[in-house]
Design a protein around this ligand. Structure first.
Ligand SMILES: [Fe+2]
Ligand SMILES: [Fe+2]
Length: 195
């Protein structure tokens, strides 16, 4: 009899677990992606919006920077970003879709954070450090995004698209490295520390 009672208890516990998981699930919208291909296209729309937004944000950051190395890193990355937009248009073509931008809330937030940092600092080395901090968060977001997009493209058999996306991924990594090595490591903070 004791054995029978134990078995009943175990069964009840097993049944409760999936019910809890279901109640925590997010309800999908009626427009939810149907399969990995559709989700991949959604992600492309997201980063397409992000890159376009960056073509407006980067010149603003360059105008607020004081260090000449930082200014040139930002300006060089602006022209890379313009090329990345054209690359994304080719990636859309390869999946048979027209390039469409969909607001990327994450990039919108990162750009706003950059704006807040500029408003919270005086022009000079500290603002430069803030611009680098904001830009590196942006680059890391892009690195994560292009890494994911490369993986999706490969999984879906879009090998040519994966190569194009990988090219951009390497550029984003390069921009991140330039921000540290060419810009941050050359900033002279001593002038502000004297004040
Ligand atoms: Fe980019
Ligand atoms: Fe970038």
């Amino acid at each position: 009899m004791k054995t029978a009672t134990k078995t009943t208890t175990r069964k009840t516990t097993t049944k409760k677990a999936p019910a809890t998981t279901r109640s925590a699930s997010v309800k999908a919208k009626s427009t939810a992606a149907d399969g990995l291909k559709e989700f991949y296209i959604d992600c492309l729309k997201d980063i397409y919006w992000a890159e376009k937004a960056l073509t407006k944000a980067l010149p603003k950051m360059a105008k607020n920077a004081s260090d000449k190395n930082l200014i040139s890193v930002l300006e060089e990355h602006l022209s890379e970003t313009e090329e990345q937009i054209s690359r994304l248009e080719r990636v859309f073509e390869l999946v048979g879709k027209k390039a469409v931008a969909k607001k990327c809330e994450a990039m919108d937030g990162l750009i706003k954070e950059g704006q807040d940092i500029m408003e919270s600092t005086e022009i000079g080395p500290v603002r430069d450090a803030g611009i680098i901090a904001a830009s590196q968060k942006i680059e890391h977001y892009e690195i994560a995004t292009y890494g994911t997009l490369c993986a999706f493209a490969k999984t879906l058999g879009y090998d040519d698209a994966a190569k194009i996306l990988h090219e951009t991924l390497e550029e984003e990594k390069g921009a991140d490295l330039n921000l540290t090595e060419r810009a941050y490591n050359n900033i002279n903070f001593e002038a502000t520390e004297e004040n």
